[in-house]
Ligand binder design. Structure first.
Ligand code: CU
Length: 282
C-alpha cells in the first residue's frame, strides 16, 4: 500500500466514526431513544441507565477519537519497518487495573449513590403484606394468567392434571384452588390496582420466557420448574403491554399480554365478576 493510500484509509476511519456519530444523534433527535414514560415506582432504574449511558458514551467517544488519531498519525511510511513488541508487564498491569477500577466505581455509583442495591433488596426481599398477587405462566406462545380469588391464596397445581380444559393443571380438590380465577393462554389480561404493590409469581410450562413491562421497568425471567417473583407499584392509570423478552421460539414476537391499571376498587369489582375455577373445572 502506498503512503497516500494509507493516509486515505486513516482519514476514512475518522470520517466513518464522525458520520456514524452524527447519524446516531440525528436518529435519536428524530425518533427519541428513551423507554416509554415511567408508570411505576422504579425511577432508580432510569437513573442508573442514564448514568451508565453517559459514562460509557464519553469513554466511547474518547477511545474512538484516539483510535482514529493514531491510525491517521502512524499510517504507512515506506521507510519504517514493522517491529515486534515482546510485551510490557507494567503497561499490561496498568491497562488491567484502570478499567477494573472504573467498573468498580460505576458499580459503587449505581449500587450506593443511585439506590441500585436498596432497589434490588426491596424487589427480592420480603413482599408487602397487602400486596396484590397475580400468577403469570408462559407457554409457547402466550401467557396464562391466574388471580388467587377472595382467599388471596393460589391453589395447588400438578403437571399431571394439565389438559386442554385445565391448562395450568389446577388441583380443584384443594380448597385454595376453588376460588382461583384462571385465564387460559391468550385469553387473559393483567388488571392491576393503582398505587398498590403488585406481586408477579412467574412460571413457565415449556422453555424460558421473560415477562417484560417497559412502562414499569419490570423484567423477570420465567424459568420452567421454578416460580420466580418480582414486585412493583403501578403509579399511572392506563393501558400498557407485557411482552416476552426472551427469544423462545418462532411465535416469540406475538407473545404479549394487555395490561390495564385502574383504581383498586374497580379492579376488585372486575375480579368479583369473573368465574372461579370451581365453576370451570367441575
Ligand atoms: Cu416467550
Amino acid at each position: 500500500m502506498s503512503e497516500k493510500q494509507s493516509k486515505f484509509h486513516g482519514l476514512l476511519f475518522l470520517f466513518f466514526f464522525i458520520t456514524g456519530m452524527i447519524l446516531s444523534v440525528w436518529v435519536v433527535l428524530r425518533n427519541g431513544w428513551w423507554l416509554p414514560e415511567l408508570a411505576s415506582d422504579r425511577e432508580t432504574i432510569d437513573k442508573i441507565f442514564v448514568t451508565i449511558f453517559i459514562i460509557a458514551g464519553i469513554l466511547f467517544i474518547l477511545s474512538e477519537l484516539s483510535l482514529s488519531f493514531f491510525v491517521l498519525k502512524y499510517s504507512g511510511d515506506p521507510n519504517r519497518r514493522a517491529f515486534y513488541l515482546p510485551g510490557n508487564t507494567k503497561k499490561e498491569i496498568l491497562w488491567s487495573i484502570l478499567p477494573g477500577t472504573l467498573v468498580v466505581i460505576i458499580l459503587e455509583i449505581s449500587a450506593e449513590f443511585l439506590g441500585g442495591a436498596s432497589l434490588w433488596g426491596r424487589i427480592y426481599g420480603e413482599v408487602p403484606k397487602d400486596a396484590f398477587l397475580v400468577e403469570i405462566t408462559g407457554e409457547q406462545f402466550a401467557w396464562n394468567v391466574r388471580y388467587p380469588g377472595p382467599d388471596g391464596k393460589f391453589g395447588k397445581t400438578d403437571p399431571k392434571l394439565i389438559s386442554t380444559d385445565n391448562p395450568l393443571g389446577i388441583d380443584i380438590s384443594d380448597e385454595a384452588a376453588k376460588d382461583d380465577i384462571v385465564f387460559p393462554a391468550g385469553q387473559g389480561i393483567l388488571y392491576l390496582p393503582l398505587n398498590r404493590p403488585v406481586v408477579f409469581l412467574i412460571r413457565s410450562k415449556d422453555v424460558i420466557h421473560s415477562p417484560y413491562l417497559p412502562n414499569f421497568r419490570v423484567k423477570q425471567d420465567a424459568v420452567p420448574g421454578m416460580t420466580t417473583r418480582t414486585w412493583f407499584v403501578p403509579k399511572k392509570e392506563g393501558e400498557f403491554e407485557l411482552a416476552c423478552a426472551e427469544l423462545c421460539g418462532l411465535g416469540h414476537y406475538r407473545m404479549k399480554l394487555p395490561v390495564v391499571v385502574e383504581p383498586a376498587e374497580k379492579v376488585e369489582e372486575w375480579l368479583r365478576e369473573q368465574t372461579p375455577a370451581a365453576d370451570l373445572y367441575y
